[in-house]
Design a protein around this ligand. Structure first.
Ligand SMILES: NCc1[nH]cc(CCC(=O)O)c1CC(=O)O
Ligand SMILES: [Mg+2]
Length: 334
């Protein structure tokens, strides 16, 4: 080839650093590690394990499975679990009174985890009424509307009940206005000033929550009703920033964006705007999608899961709540 027809070759060759595995590792800007994972755990009243058909591979755990689960989390180095109770149908009522029972399933589970592993594992509890309400809504319903302030009174009591059981992080997922400030005050007056609040600050009214509602048994209660009068409209972006600003001003220690993959733009904006501990929730529908495709042999389970979680890190999340947590932790420590 003659010199004259050779074009000007690029001085910058992006491919140079990609050539070898050691080099790709060396320049990697983001990394996923076990410390990034929050493990959601469904519990039920009874013994053994119950499969959840729309969450293949995820089981509800009976009371006799709790110690083993907590041991596994500690052994793998998972920093925290998030507990979700499947409340027996006969305990669900219009006023969700079971939420305030000091001996309800979630409180007993918290106590048994704490008794078993103490402070080597953080325990997160959702604050919202949907696992306990006969209508499946996160708040109290008056004349067909989920009422804000009256719900908050109950959420404050629910937070105290959970903190008393030993919960380390209270995670309000209800989207009532002003609940973070009220819960912070209630916790402080109750002597729980060291209990953290992880606010589900930007939580969207999403169809991706379907399998979760199967898991906690609230799908049948909610029926075709929607949560759009309190959860955010998927069209909104600036609104998420305002939600986060309010929750931080009210005393949230960390914030959560939910769902995850379709909302990575929100994760990024929140982290870039506030620079506070920011978490993302890879919700049940996201787990179901990836699992189903992998089960069909259409996607490589391990590779898509790791890629999806790295995506959260790249977007700015400090950690991810994911149903893949235990499995991923096993891969990462191998
Ligand atoms: N307070 C309810 C709650 N807490 C976590 C989820 C969904 C999580 C998931 O889909 O994995 C929901 C469902 C909802 O808002 O209806
Ligand atoms: Mg809010």
């Amino acid at each position: 080839m003659s010199q004259s027809i050779r074009g000007p070759y690029p001085t910058t060759r992006m491919r140079r650093v990609r050539r070898h595995e050691w080099s790709r590792r060396l320049v990697a800007e983001n990394r996923l590690c076990v410390s990034d994972l929050i493990w959601p755990v469904f519990v039920f009243e009874g013994k053994g394990r119950q499969p959840i058909p729309s969450l293949p591979g995820v089981d509800r755990l009976g009371t006799d499975q709790i110690a083993r689960m907590a041991d596994s989390a500690v052994r793998l180095g998972i920093p925290a679990i998030a507990l979700f109770p499947a409340t027996p149908i006969e305990l669900k009522t219009e006023d969700a009174a079971e939420a305030l029972n000091q001996d309800n399933l979630v409180c007993r589970t918290v106590r048994s985890v704490k008794k078993h592993v103490g402070d080597s594992l953080g325990v997160i509890c959702d604050v919202a009424l949907d696992p306990y309400s006969s209508h499946g809504h996160d708040g109290l319903v008056r004349d067909g509307y989920v009422v804000n302030d009256e719900t908050i009174e109950m959420l404050c009591q629910q937070a105290i009940v959970q903190a008393t059981a030993g919960c380390d992080i209270i995670a309000p997922s209800d989207m009532m206005d002003g609940r973070i400030g009220a819960i912070r005050k209630a916790l402080d007056y109750g002597g729980f000033h060291d209990v953290q609040i992880m606010a589900y600050a930007a939580k969207y009214a999403s169809a991706f929550y379907g399998p979760f509602r199967d898991a906690v048994g609230s799908a049948g209660n909610l029926g075709t009703a929607s949560k759009s009068t309190y959860q955010q409209d998927p069209a909104q972006s600036d609104e998420a920033i305002q939600e986060v600003a309010l929750d931080l001003a009210e005393g949230a220690d960390s914030v959560m964006v939910k769902p995850g993959m379709p909302y990575l733009d929100i994760v990024h904006r929140v982290k870039a705007t506030f620079g506070v501990p920011t978490f993302a929730y890879q919700v049940s529908g996201e787990y179901a999608m990836l699992s189903a495709a992998a089960q069909n042999g259409w996607l490589d389970r391990k590779r898509v899961v790791l890629e999806s979680l790295l995506g959260f890190k790249r977007a700015g999340a400090d950690g991810v709540l994911t149903y893949f947590a235990e499995e991923v932790a096993q891969w990462l420590v191998e």
